[in-house]
Write a protein that binds this ligand. Structure first.
Ligand code: CA
Length: 221
């Protein structure tokens, strides 16, 4: 899951960026509206966390332009306490949710998870495939009801494949979802994560489509 965070406050931006990364999100952090628009035009994000008071282009303008261009990326706006007008303007301009500063990181994470499953029409957040169950709320994975310990990236790889069951994901698509700006990607890291997942879960879970990518086929074993 790749998130664009747009926040000019360094302290808050640092905290949110670090917290979301630790929760398994790949985070790109833009500190003004112009950078945000550049990022949005170049990368497909799963969600945007958008502060409204920003240098250069303000957040509301960024949001309006995004929606004018028919971009449906879920947007959660961050607003100051007491500014009901901001919240209303944000929702009217096409934001999907809002949080009032100061907020708890746990609440931001929970709201993001809710936003991320909305476009897929998922009511039950738990993902199931064959013998594997994945619960995004506590990032718990189990095989035949036995908990399985996965690294952050292994979990993120599994999550993307399970969300897209039946769709082949290329290595580049998976890398896009797993890594933010400036994060170094080894040449065979995705292969390594898939290898670990097959070993920790079971080999037939993830199918390699030679020259294309990886897929979880719809029929579980
Ligand atoms: Ca601000």
């Amino acid at each position: 899951m790749r998130i664009l965070l747009v926040e000019d406050d360094t302290l808050l931006g640092n905290g949110v960026s670090t917290g979301l990364s630790q929760a398994g999100f790949a985070v790109d952090w833009a500190t003004d509206g112009d950078d945000a628009e550049t990022a949005l035009s170049a990368t497909s994000y799963d969600a945007v966390v958008l502060d409204l008071g920003l240098p250069k282009t303000d957040g509301l303008t960024v949001l309006k332009r995004l929606r004018t261009s028919k971009d449906p990326t879920p947007v959660l706006i961050l607003t100051a306490r007491d500014s009901i007008e901001d919240r209303v303007a944000g929702l009217d301009a096409g934001s999907d949710d809002y949080l009032v500063k100061p907020f708890e990181l746990a609440e931001l994470q929970a709201r993001l998870r809710a936003l991320l499953r909305r476009p897929k029409g998922m009511i039950d957040p738990t993902l199931r495939h064959g013998r594997v169950t994945l619960n995004p709320a506590d990032r718990a994975v189990s095989l035949d009801d036995n908990p399985v310990d996965l690294s952050e990236r292994e979990y993120a790889t599994l999550y993307e494949l399970m969300l897209n069951t039946g769709r082949v994901l290329s290595k580049a698509q998976l890398e896009d979802k797993l890594y933010g700006w400036g994060e170094e990607i080894g040449s065979n890291t995705i292969e390594v994560y898939v290898h670990h997942l097959r070993r920790k879960l079971y080999p037939e879970l993830i199918r390699t489509v030679r020259g294309v990518g990886y897929v979880m086929t719809k029929v579980g074993p």
